[in-house]
Design a protein around this ligand. Sequence first.
Ligand code: GTP
Ligand code: MG
Length: 679
Amino acid sequence: MSQKTLNLGILAHVDAGKTTLTERLLYETGVIDEVGSVDAGTTQTDSLTLERQRGITIRSAVASFALEDVHVNLIDTPGHPDFIAEVERVLSVLDGAVLVLTAVEGVQPQTRILMRALQRLRIPTLMFINKIDRPGAGDERVLKAISERLTAAVVPMGTARELGTRAACFTLSGADDSKFPSRVAEVLAERDDGILAAYVEDESRVPYQQLREELAAQTKRALVHPVFFGSAMTGTGVKALIAGIAELLPASQGDPDGPVSGTVFKIERGASGEKIAYVRMFSGTIRTRDRLHFGRDLQDKVTAIAVFESGPAVQRPSVTAGAVGKLWGLGEIQIGDRVGETGSDGALHQFSPPTLESVVVARNNGERAWLRVALAQLAEQDPLINVRQDDTRQEISVSLYGEVQKEVIQATLANEFGLDVTFRETTPIYLERPIGTGEAIEILHAESNPFLATIGLRIDPAPDGSGIDFRLQVDPRTVPLYLYKTLESFTEHMDQYVRHTLGEGLFGWQVTDCIVTMTKCTYSVPDGPPSRRGPLSTAADFRKLTPLVLMQALERAGTAVCEPIVRVTIETPSETVGALLASVARLGGVLEPLSLLGDLSTIETVMPAARADDLQRQLSALTGGEGVLESDFVGYQPVSGTAPTRRRTTADPLNRAEYMMHLPRRASSRTNEPRETNE
Ligand SMILES: Nc1nc2c(ncn2[C@@H]2O[C@H](COP(=O)(O)OP(=O)(O)OP(=O)(O)O)[C@@H](O)[C@H]2O)c(=O)[nH]1
Ligand SMILES: [Mg+2]
């Protein structure tokens, strides 16, 4: 029999108290006998040495507890914006979330970013206003900020008293509370006509029980958000939150006998360096020794399984629908892979990508190869660091969100790999977008064509943010099915060759937002003997010819180099607006209407991310330390002036002699390419 499960994410801005709350939840539900502390480095979920040293969460971590008939897997996430990718990876496996705020800091920029993602994905979310014991704690102020800046669909579930003192406490409201039922009815009525009609007729006609049920129903559909107050430190309000989790969030019971389906949201290495994949199961059952399909057409044998049942994971023979399990034995598995079926969740980005990069240098020259291995392992756990290897210059660079992530990578390389590294200057990551349509073709047996295949490709611009789309537009009879077996498999492989090529465009940056169409395809059929036309085409012919054709097409299309753009909102004392506006104009910001609210003014502007960093640095001086700047990634726009270039890490297909000297290796070790006989 399978139990109901609730996979619950704990999300918030940095230092809001997520890990402390996770610890409290485990304590109150009897999983641990003593509450560990972040400051002493003794919590269940901040288990990495670096997390304990620094007192911040770096990786998401799972711990579980039982609640009546529901099994809850808590996923504690990092709050620092540099680790937003960890949150991203977790979102696709959640049934519900607790968004933590604090009674002191209220709604932070990161809170808004997280709430927007939760709303887009319609993840049922409760709010917990933590730290009511801290001096400066407020309740009405925070509720007001929530309804103005996050969502108006909130229901405070009780009252906090003695705020700002160790004695601060929270009591739940109930049926006999004078205002609570009508407040609940009011919020629910906005989304339910039945309640509205009954409520308009006679407030007291809606029975309290019905209101509670409707509140749970609307919360489970992510339409309203119950709000709890408390202190993860003293424990007040945590029992109320637990009751809320049980009543208001949707536990699910997948089908253990259905087809196997799950998503990998975390990878780690075990004590002896073995790879461990964290999978959330949606359907079916995986048993040890099963051969499991995952990612793009890969399979491997599961050698061991551990399941989260109460506290940390325990070894079990199987993991079933709803549960989170750790799987051993899957050497090639990656974050975002589906298991049981092919495909990956990789493309569904909720947050902005890293917009910075930096070269990593081993202080000891002899450790370069080891650094490569180490970074490849870090990239397994955090694919967005996107390790780039420049063979000619013997350099390795990584993509970054910010300085804290950089420090963490440096410390991890030192602690876990014994590597002493430094970083060169951090620079922005640009993108290239095609600005027109370009077409090119290489014909089989033509003198200019070094490979045995005909490939025709066209590249067209596509809407911003749409990524790369590959389409096959050829007569299926001209496709080498003897190599690729099915049309789908051929399309998938061509798609990979295309993506690999577009990793470095005309200026060396990733090319995106385009449609690539294959317009022509033929392969070589041997003749003779004696043969005039040579042997049968191999997969290598298609793989190596694709970059030659595609880059010619891209050159004809032309590209625009684009830089990351942010929307900047600044709240500042009105008398400082003049100086700020002048500064914004100097930095090339596009100003939007300004709102004046008494002493405080809000300025909104759109500008390159790099300029926003400059503005942030000047902000304190310009506003007497009173200004607050919030920046939100909005996308990429063409740079003005000369386009920055990036050195290619692979041979340039537009330089045919160089390209033929350094033919590309396989697109990735995970490419299950048909056998290549001619290499
Ligand atoms: N006074 C008070 N302090 C708290 C409370 N909850 C957490 N703290 C403290 O706030 C600091 C941050 O707590 P964490 O639990 O690490 O916060 P977090 O949200 O997990 O932080 P990151 O994971 O790094 O984003 C620690 O010093 C905690 O002891 C609370 O309710 N009251
Ligand atoms: Mg934490």
